[in-house]
Design a protein around this ligand. Structure first.
Ligand code: ADP
Length: 248
């Protein structure tokens, strides 16, 4: 297959832990400006796939390419992050004792210390960028409040905003709506769709109503490889997907 024109290209990726095949010839393609939802039972290899993309885990076999040309298996985690791959883990990690605004300044400027960031005064360009991110993550009205005072869902949004400050081309998001209210879940689908207009997004998710809100292409993994791909309706009508995942 041809990797030119792809944002993310995994071909025949395998990795074993103590003889157990966590990924077994996994092949996945994500195009620029596309969102892909990954579903599948526990142990399917979803987290391992994210770890392979971000360089946390090395594949035993297979190809992993970013932006059609960069071989990610040759790079370490920091190099991969610097290429423009942002990863959002399940638990939000924000600076609780700083304001939402300062959290975004910290993410944008990546200073050597928090103190250096607080002494730093933002340029008009930085301010405009932060205002834009605040709008995207629905936190404009809260910008001067402490991150600690946000709801769990809003902390998730702030962390997504902090990743956007790094201007990633590819955003990897792990179960963003776990623990969110229904209203926050619907809003999260909207904001991720907005983000995916200009960036590629991969979302790992168990919440099928949220995946439906995303309205995007779905890949179901099981036992380390692709079980089914297509629209959510196509994938969820697949008898093997029902048997191995949805029917449980
Ligand atoms: P998912 O995210 O879909 O639930 P994972 O990628 O976490 O699946 O796990 C796939 C399989 O690989 C699981 O059986 C898990 O126990 C195993 N696994 C994942 N990471 C490691 C590791 N670092 N060491 C040993 N086994 C692992």
């Amino acid at each position: 297959t041809d990797k030119s024109g792809t944002m993310l290209y995994l071909n025949g990726v395998s990795v074993s832990f103590d003889g157990f095949k966590a990924l077994n010839h996994l092949s996945i393609i994500v195009h620029p400006g596309e969102m892909l939802a990954i579903i599948g039972p526990n142990g399917a290899g979803k987290t391992t796939m994210m770890d392979i993309i971000t360089g946390k885990t090395r594949p035993d076999d297979g190809e992993v390419y970013f932006d059609g040309r960069t071989d990610l298996t040759k790079l370490d985690e920091a190099q991969i992050a610097n290429l423009g791959i942002g990863r959002k883990f399940q638990k939000p990690t924000v600076f609780e004792s700083h304001t939402i605004w300062d959290n975004l300044v910290l993410a944008l400027k990546r200073p050597r210390s928090v103190l250096a960031a607080l002494l730093y005064s933002e340029s008009p360009e930085d301010k405009a960028r932060i205002e834009e991110i605040l709008e995207t993550v629905r936190l404009t009205a809260r910008k001067d409040e402490l991150a600690a005072d946000l709801s769990h869902g809003q902390k998730q949004w702030l962390e997504i905003g902090m990743l956007l400050a790094q201007d990633p081309k590819l955003l990897l998001v792990d179960e963003p709506v776990a623990g969110m209210t229904d209203a926050e879940t619907v809003e999260t689908a909207k904001l991720l769709k907005q983000i995916a207009r200009t960036r590629s997004v991969v979302v790992v998710e168990h919440d099928m109503s949220f995946v439906r809100e995303l309205g995007t292409r779905v890949t179901c993994l099981a036992e380390g490889s692709v079980l089914a791909e297509g629209s959510l309706d196509q994938v969820s009508a697949n008898p093997i997907v029902i048997e191995r995942y949805l029917g449980r």
